[in-house]
Design a protein around this ligand. Structure first.
Ligand code: AMP
Ligand code: TRP
Length: 337
């Protein structure tokens, strides 16, 4: 009886609306969002304010935001069960971000590997936003009293920082924030680049390195056929010595119900061409239904707009409650509404 009244645990996750969402985003994040929606109270945000830490073409960014929302919906996220919204439309993210900046140390931020990578990539624009990006991410999470954060392995360091900030804030002001836990996929937490399987598959790399969720079947097949592998022709899972094959096996494992041993039994000795085509079949059949839904949903602008407005309203209600508490705790001037 009691259990029925226990509020559901809350989940928050965000995806940047830049470039094309990849198979890595799908396996590492999106696919799991759909699985969680029945058991948890979930918010999924298109984090456009994070995206502007690197230069974006404004009209392209706006389109990419809507495209990302349509992909969320097409991959099965129900906008009634989940709060799906754009980060920039809930100004409390920026407000809490600033307050948390004052509880974060320069030393902590300089250790962030994503900052180091991005500042090497964008050496002409190492702006303060790029540096404080993880604090905005902490604000995203803490604003909603989040319990669980489903993310790929690359975001683990940022989540640790969010936890440290929450604990630090709570140590000063009492129990204000929930201290969130990470939720990592059992398989596919790190899908690797097709051209350099020692690096993660990333939408900011050249086209041939990743499979986009919206790539057409013939493109998917072509990219997989050209994926970098070794030349010993054995399909066994050995990420250290055979990172290319291990990555393709992980993709197949994540998208089929075969175990690694079964994959080896089915394809070892048959040649990489046959194996790569089989991986392509798996990827194509996983993505095709999403692409069909995407075409339908993205043509329905009124529906997208309605999801956007309702998501913003519902997110802001929760965010505002947290901010009233935080503002009071910190001692900011009281708002008379
Ligand atoms: P991003 O594209 O950086 O906004 O990432 C959005 C989500 O997808 C985060 O939870 C990432 O950890 C996850 N993700 C991104 N790339 C990969 C990848 N190659 N493998 C697994 N998960 C990924
Ligand atoms: N930083 C994440 C990434 O690059 C995206 C993100 C922003 C996020 N805010 C978040 C993920 C909050 C989880 C929770 O992938």
């Amino acid at each position: 009886m009691e259990a029925q009244n226990t509020p559901k645990q809350r989940i928050f996750s965000g995806i940047q609306p830049t470039g094309n969402l990849t198979l890595g985003n799908y396996i590492g994040a999106l696919r799991n969002f759909g699985v969680l929606q029945n058991e948890y109270d979930c918010l999924y945000s298109i984090v456009d304010m994070h995206a502007i830490t690197v230069r974006q073409e404004p009209s392209e960014l706006r389109k990419a935001c809507l495209r990302t929302m349509a992909i969320f919906l097409a991959s099965g996220l129900d906008p009634e069960k989940n709060i799906i919204y754009f980060q920039s439309q809930v100004p409390q993210h920026a407000e809490l971000g600033w307050i948390l900046d004052c509880f974060t140390y320069m030393g902590e931020l300089s250790r962030m590997t994503q900052f180091k990578d991005k500042s090497a990539k964008h050496a002409d624009n190492i702006n303060a936003g790029l540096f404080t990006y993880p604090v905005l991410m902490a604000a995203d999470i803490l604003l909603y009293m989040t319990n669980l954060v489903p993310i790929g392995a690359d975001q683990k360091q940022h989540l640790e920082l969010a936890r440290d900030i929450a604990l630090r804030f709570n140590a000063v002001y009492g129990d204000v924030f929930n201290v969130p836990e990470g939720y990592f996929p059992k398989v596919g937490a790190r899908i690797m680049s097709l051209q350099d399987p020692t690096r993660k598959m990333s939408k900011s790399d050249p086209e041939e390195c990743y499979i986009a969720i919206l790539d057409k079947p013939e493109i998917i097949r072509k990219k997989l056929r050209r994926a970098v592998t070794d030349s010993d022709n054995s399909v066994v899972f050995d990420p250290e010595n055979k990172p290319g094959i291990a990555n393709l096996m992980s993709i197949m494992y994540a998208l089929s119900d075969k175990s690694m041993d079964e994959i080896t039994a089915d394809y070892d000795g048959k040649g990489y061409g046959v194996f790569k085509d089989a991986v392509a079949d798996c990827v194509i059949s996983a993505l095709e239904p999403i692409q069909k839904e995407y075409d339908r949903i993205s043509a329905d602008k009124a529906y997208l707009e309605q999801v956007m407005i309702s998501g913003r309203e519902r997110a802001e209600q929760i965010a505002w409650k947290t901010m009233l508490k935080v503002r009071k705790k910190v001692g900011l001037a009281a708002l008379k509404l």
